[in-house]
Design a protein around this ligand. Structure first.
Ligand SMILES: Cc1cc2nc3c(=O)[nH]c(=O)nc-3n(C[C@H](O)[C@H](O)[C@H](O)COP(=O)(O)O)c2cc1C
Length: 406
């Protein structure tokens, strides 16, 4: 039986002490935020390469691991490299090795489940790309009511598969412009039927996933990653995300990680440098251009790609506002690079922090923080890593392009 979440436990939070969130005991409050790994095999099963990455993170002291997003349906597959999938029962067994190993190492592991919605490509899914509404942010057809019901079933099946595979919980992706965040966003959902319009209607798909999943998996931890705001016109505001957070609490969500951004919003989710060099290098046509032309294209990309500010702690205000409005745990992600910042945020009663890029460059960052060896991440926010996952497994580039072998 899950214990009722007790806000008073937050008093005197300590970053490096074990704590409970969503019924899971975490060894500390610094969690690895979902990071697309591109390390699935041709069937979306986890490879040994992925296991090694997770072992390094666990050994390096992370409080818990949220996996890179795992697909719940072929139509929602990403256009990134070698996505992991939990859409079919036959994939479940392969994940058991991974979850078992993490448990041996004392590291909770949460499966992030996703449907990419309008932010994928037909070449990757071999199916029509779908989104709540046909809008210019992406090339997608309006999803039908029958297809919405299929998406709900796919998420419920994904949650059941994750539980069976031994994950400590799941995180439903309702952020970054993927299908469920498209539904809750007033910018991306322009529907006039019962799936659009009011906040409650836009939230309906998420509500039904929770209701159906709860019947199947009981009180198994189900968290959500939510856009606390969107930087684009008519996008999610903090006020709107507070309403969504309250609805999430009502339907039995176990915790909310607060983020922001969509593909159209450029660097809103990650901030930092514009990774134009790798964008050009990975584009066959552009890469053939002479150097001076590449530099020119780089200037154009820098000028046209939205680069919202600030670069640090950019979801803090939204997370604090949501934290005040709900009685479930809140995790803050986005531009956290220093131990000092983490201590402040935790003192401010955010339950835990999560980081992505700092763990790509240093999987042992938590141990370095804990032992006082280092107080700041070495990440330079070059953002080559995010573009890199379109063509290969994730890794740190540290602002340098791989030397071509030809
Ligand atoms: C290479 C890369 C892959 C990412 N993959 C995911 C993902 O699979 N799911 C997700 O919710 N966010 C993903 N993100 C976003 C991060 O989880 C995080 O929200 C964002 O990077 C801001 O945190 P940071 O400043 O600690 O990097 C990814 C970011 C990067 C750079």
């Amino acid at each position: 039986m899950k214990t009722i979440y007790d806000q008073t436990k937050l008093k005197g939070n300590k970053v490096f002490e074990p704590f409970e969130l969503a019924g899971i005991t975490f060894p500390n409050r610094i969690i690895r935020s979902a990071t697309y790994e591109g390390m699935g095999d041709e069937n979306g099963k986890p490879t040994d390469q992925l296991l090694k990455k997770y072992e390094a993170l666990a050994k390096g002291g992370v409080g818990g691991i949220i996996t890179g997003f795992i697909g719940v349906s072929q139509q929602g597959r990403s256009s990134g490299f070698h996505m992991s999938m939990l859409d079919k029962a036959e994939n479940v067994e392969a994940y058991k090795k991974l979850t078992k190993r993490m448990h041996e190492m004392g590291t909770p592991i949460i499966a992030q489940l996703n449907h990419c919605g309008g932010q994928t490509k037909e070449e990757s899914t071999h199916m029509p790309v779908v989104a709540p509404s046909k809008i210019s942010d992406y090339k997608a057809k309006e999803i039908t009511k029958a297809e919405i019901l299929e998406v709900i079933e796919a998420f419920v099946q994904g949650i059941k598969n994750a539980k069976e595979a031994g994950f400590d919980g799941v995180q439903i992706h309702v952020a970054h412009g993927y299908l469920l965040s498209e539904f809750v966003s007033p910018r991306m959902n322009r529907r006039k039927d019962e799936w659009g319009g009011s906040t409650e209607n836009r939230f309906r798909i998420v509500k039904l996933i929770f209701e159906k999943a709860r019947k199947e998996v009981g009180d198994y931890p189900i968290l959500v990653k939510l856009n606390g705001y969107e930087t684009l016109k008519n996008g999610m505001t903090i006020e709107e995300s507070i309403k969504i957070a309250k609805l999430l609490e009502q339907v039995g969500c176990d915790g909310i990680e607060v983020s922001n951004g969509t593909e159209k919003a450029g660097l809103a989710t990650i901030r930092g440098q514009v990774p134009w060099k790798i964008l050009i290098a990975q584009n066959k046509k552009l890469n053939k251009m002479p150097e001076f032309m590449k530099n020119f294209v780089g200037i154009v990309v820098k000028k046209t790609l939205p680069q919202p500010q600030p670069k640090n702690l950019f979801n803090l205000e939204a997370a604090m506002s949501i934290k005040k409005a709900v009685n479930i745990p809140v995790i803050l992600v986005g531009g956290i690079t220093k131990l000092e910042e983490i201590e402040d945020v935790i003192k401010d009663k955010i339950d835990a922090v999560s980081m992505c890029r700092p763990f790509i460059i240093e999987s042992d960052l938590v141990n370095k923080f804990k032992t006082g060896k280092q107080t700041q991440s070495k990440c330079i926010q070059c953002n080559f890593c995010i573009i890199g996952t379109l063509r290969g497994p994730f890794r740190c580039y540290y602002g340098k392009l791989p030397v071509s072998k030809s």
